[in-house]
Design a binder for this molecule. Sequence first.
Ligand code: SPV
Ligand code: MG
Length: 534
Amino acid sequence: MNKAKTTLLRELLTSKSLEFICEAHNGLSARIVEEAGFSGIWGSGLSISAALGVRDSNEASWTQILETAEFMSDATQIPILLDGDTGYGNFNNFRRLVKKLEQREIAGVCIEDKRFPKANSLIEGKQQPLEDIDTFCGKIKAGKDTQSDPDFCIVARVEAFIAGLGLKQAIERAEAYRRAGADAVLIHSKKRTAADIEAFMREWADRHPVVIVPTKYYSTPTGHFQDMGISLAIWANHIVRASVQAMQKAAQRIHAEESVASIEDHIVPVSEIFRLQGAPELEAAENRYDTLQNSRAKTVILAASRGSQFGEMTADRPKAMLKVNNRAILDDTVAKLNKHKINDIYVVRGYMKGAISGDGYNTIDNAAYAETNELYSLYLARHVLEGESLIMYGDCLYRSHLITDMLDKEADIRILVDADKDTSSKEHDHVMCSRPYTNDFLNKDIYLQDISVKVYDETAHGEWAGIIASSPKGTRMIRDTLEKMSTWENFNQLALTDMLRELIPACTIQVVYTKGGWLDVDNLLDIADVGEFL
Ligand code: SPV
Ligand code: MG
């Protein structure tokens, strides 16, 4: 099980080495900080306020901060230490904040010993009145007594240096907060050097974990912080500052040029936004749960035969599992069907059935594959033939759009016909149609008149490309025809074309013309062609 975020934050605070966390101010920046590799996030009051377009003076209400923190927490797995300002009121307000933060899996909160409403510590010329020490200790105690997870962390921030007070007051306050139960103290300074921090650390002598925010003394090498014994350094505002510069540049340029053309190469593509939003996860979930999104078409793929013409290549697998471009032919078809949200897939296996894993589709076994032909395999799948359906071969590769083309049409039974094939051979299944292919928009309402290896030369309008699509009514007709034909003596030797021929008098079978876009992988030459095809 993953460790709780609270435990992870506690480990950052108590580990012997110097750790770093980085500011984020909304769900998107939180995810970016996590992806950069940080092991924690600072929910900066300054940055969140800035992103909301308000000042860091408690202008955003505490529930607005909480809501932002919730988005950040939902977007990430790493712990968030929220900048809780002064706790947004007295001990009672702080108690409620702790409870709400725990409910949202925020790992910890930092509160500072100033008065509400606070001002940002780095702002020049501001009075920074401090809270009474005992009052602040009461707040810390109330928070610690409220938390239900023992690993939830409360960091007490000492603002003595910010308020212009000296080391003595800083240590006095830090020690009081430690005794009140704070899990760490944050000692803040706005000097350009780390002098305040060095003095504090010498006097503090490793009593308790110390957190720092080196915004102003950024030039101090971080190795020095480690040497001083600092537990955690916070990069407190750098992500919002980086984004402001990027946004200003982009907005100014787009405005000046009245065009986005020149900026396109300097900004992330929309697909990167989708990725950061977690679009792939939603797509996977839709495939799994959203039946409306999923096409209702059931697909039967016939993959029982060996393909002995491939010799040794099919010694341990059927030809549907031959790899082309590192992917089995069958897996390519399944992936393309999935892309069209078709997930209800049944593969009829026979020869070397163990090689057809069933990962992402169902399997039906034709144990008599050696003595039977395609129609028998389809017959074994008749119980799944209901509603809209697709019948395909496991050893054909298709371009994705052909699947859409087949589903788009309305006729009860449709077949895919390639009008671009040489029809002189007497081996392939050619078709005769009500009209030949024409290079215009008239390729509608064309019907199958004959299909056979006996159709060739001038009588043939193309080659059958191995897909049958059907409406619920068409599927019923296919099932009934299968039942009828199963009583025939030669049933075991029949092919899909025999069934189509049987269907012709009973219904009009629509021809969907294509010109190429598919490949019947029948021999080594076909495999050699695949690279080009894909
Ligand atoms: C913040 O990031 O909001 C802080 C740190 O509190 S500072 O801006 O330095 O006060
Ligand atoms: Mg702050």
